[in-house]
Design a binder for this molecule. Sequence first.
Ligand code: PGA
Length: 260
Amino acid sequence: MPVHKPQGIRIHARSPRVTVYADADAAARALARRVAGAIEANPRVVIGLPTGRTPLAFYRELVAQHARGADFAEVTTFNVDEFVGIPASHPGSYRSFMEEHLFRHVNVRPERRHFLNGTATDVDAECRRYEEEIAAAGGIDLQILGIGTNGHIGFNEPAPALAARTHRVTLTLETRRSNAALFGGDTANVPPEALSMGMATILHARAIVLLATGKAKAACVERVVNGPLTTGLPASFLQLHDDVNIMLDAPAAAKLRGSP
Ligand code: PGA
C-alpha cells in the first residue's frame, strides 16, 4: 500500500475546515482531485462553479484530470453569477470565461451547463428559472466558490441585508475594479449590475469549497473563519454550513492562528 502524504495542512478541523497548501497550484490541484473524486463517486454530480482569477489554476487542473480519465458526461453545472447586459458571446461574459477555461476542454454536455442569462428582458423570471433548474437538478452537491477581497461570495456584496435567492445586484466599485481585466482593463466598461445566486442558493449546497489564494485575501479569510456572522462580510455565513472546506495557499492563510 502506498503511503499517502497529507495533501495539505489542516489547521481548523470543524466546518469551516481550513486546509493550507504549499502554494496556489497545490491548492488548485487538491480541489481538482476532490472534484474528480466527487465525479467518480457520483457521475451525475451537480456542481456549482465560480469565475475569477483564482479558479484559473483550478480549471487548468480539472482539464488535466479529464485528460487522466475523469468523465464529465453526466455532470451538471451551474455557474454562480453573470453580468447584466452582456450577451453570452461577449468575451467579458462569465459564460465566455467558462467556455475558454473549462467547457471547451472537457465533456460536460452543453444542455447540462447552466448559466444565468444577463440579457434576459424579464430579470425576475430569469432568476426564478435558475432557482427552478437547480431544484429540478436535485440541488447542488458541491458548490465551489471564490471570495472577493470585500468578502463577497458569488456577487452577494456586503450590504445591510442579503438576498436569499438568485437576484439582481449592483456591484461595488471594488468588485468592478477587480473584473476590469475582462473588459479591456477599464473599470468603466465593467457592467454595474449582475445576476447572482443568493445566500440560500449557495448555503443549500450539500458541500461547499471556498478557494482563496494570495495575500490580498488573508484579512477577509481570517474574518470568515473567526469573525462574527455579518452581512458586511457575506462569506461569514459559511460558518452556518456543516460541510465547508476553505482551501488556501500560505499567503491567504497568513492571518490565521496555526498557519504554517
Ligand atoms: P478573484 O475573484 O478570484 O478574481 O480574486 C474572486 C471573487 O470575486 O469571487
